[in-house]
Design a protein around this ligand. Structure first.
Ligand code: PBG
Length: 332
């Protein structure tokens, strides 16, 4: 054939493929979500193979190992408490002696270089398993109250800042919470604490394994009155512009792989760095397929994460962070 243009020439060797590669994945782009509970030892999380419920001391030691041996520089903390600590208003969330607050201090003591991000939302502490404060309705339904919830989230965020959090990450999807938390942090002298907003968090089927790990599934109703409708993309831009205006430092799209178009859209329509959360269901689908021998976990995980980067995400939250760090060190 007389072809002057042969795109395959750019794929002919590993060296050439390396030269023309458009997207890369590196350990400094990873954020590792971790769970801390009040137990004194570690417990495997059945729904998230390879992940654990850590004790406060355990998570501090593990943070040091993750940082020094694997180069993981940011973890995202989720607290797990027993039913006796749950309330209708989730007030355990802003207890300065709560499990997350103690874990932040322990991690910072053990490995001060580790960036500690914390999740702000009431669901782990709410008897309803809802992210906000609930009002029971006469028809037996519930309403998740916006403005009352924002007040509670501000208390939770301040408590995390006092404990030493570097980045606060509200995952609740209430209106106006970024502006309110930013103002409260600044007024208290925490203007250096960053805000990573869950900007476009969808009401997804993929959070099941996470809720299993926390025991935080909604007891009543669902989360569709605050998490976004999976059918919508333009609405994500509206949320993003509001968060940018309210003072967010970074925006998040969640889940990641089903929402690559949303990642690309926010990257284009805003000036802020974009994070994407490869959530528990996305992780588990690969793990389960790999456990039955149908997929190669390493190849499938790296391809998923690369696609998230290609779509425009600057950073990725993933339960596979330690494995990925190891693979990257080995040259993949
Ligand atoms: C709750 C929260 C959820 C996740 C992170 N923060 C679950 C939910 O909204 O019900 C999901 C994470 C995952 O599935 O990996 N505020």
């Amino acid at each position: 054939m007389k072809l002057t243009k042969r795109p395959r020439r750019n794929r002919k060797s590993e060296g050439l493929r390396g030269l023309v590669r458009e997207t890369s994945l590196s350990v400094e782009q990873l954020i590792y979500p971790m769970f801390v509970w009040e137990g004194n030892e570690e417990q495997e999380i059945e729904s998230l193979p390879g992940n654990k419920r850590w004790s406060v001391e355990g998570i501090a030691k593990e943070s040091r190992r993750l940082y020094s041996e694997l180069g993981i520089r940011c973890i995202d903390l989720f607290g797990i408490v027993g039913d006796e600590k749950k309330n209708a208003d989730g007030r355990e969330a802003w207890n300065d002696e709560g499990v997350v607050q103690r874990a932040i201090r322990a991690i910072k003591r053990e490995e001060p270089r580790m960036m500690v991000m914390t999740d702000v939302a009431l669901d782990p502490y709410s008897t309803y398993g809802q992210d906000g404060i609930v009002r029971e309705l006469e028809d037996g339904g519930i309403e998740v109250l916006n403005d009352e919830t924002v007040e509670a989230l501000v208390k939770q965020a301040l408590s995390h800042a006092r404990a030493g959090a570097d980045i606060i990450s509200p995952s609740d999807m209430m209106d106006g919470r970024i502006g309110a938390i930013r103002a409260a942090l600044d007024a208290a002298g925490w203007e250096q604490v960053s805000l990573l907003s869950y900007t476009a968090k969808y009401a997804s089927s993929l959070y099941g394994p996470f809720r299993g790990a926390l025991g935080s599934a909604p007891k009543k109703g669902d989360k569709k009155s605050y998490q976004m409708d999976p059918a919508n993309r333009r609405e994500a831009v509206r949320e993003a512009l509001l968060d940018e205006e309210e003072g967010a430092d970074m925006l998040m799209v969640k889940p990641a792989t089903y929402y690559l178009d949303v990642i690309a859209e926010l990257k284009e329509k805003t000036h802020l760095p974009i994070a994407a959360y490869h959530v528990s269901g996305e992780y588990l689908m690969i793990q389960a397929a790999a456990a039955s021998g149908w997929l190669d976990a390493k190849q499938a995980t790296l391809e998923a994460l690369l696609s998230i980067r290609r779509a425009g995400a600057d950073m990725i939250l993933t339960y596979a962070a330690p494995q990925v760090a190891q693979w990257l060190m080995e040259g993949c």
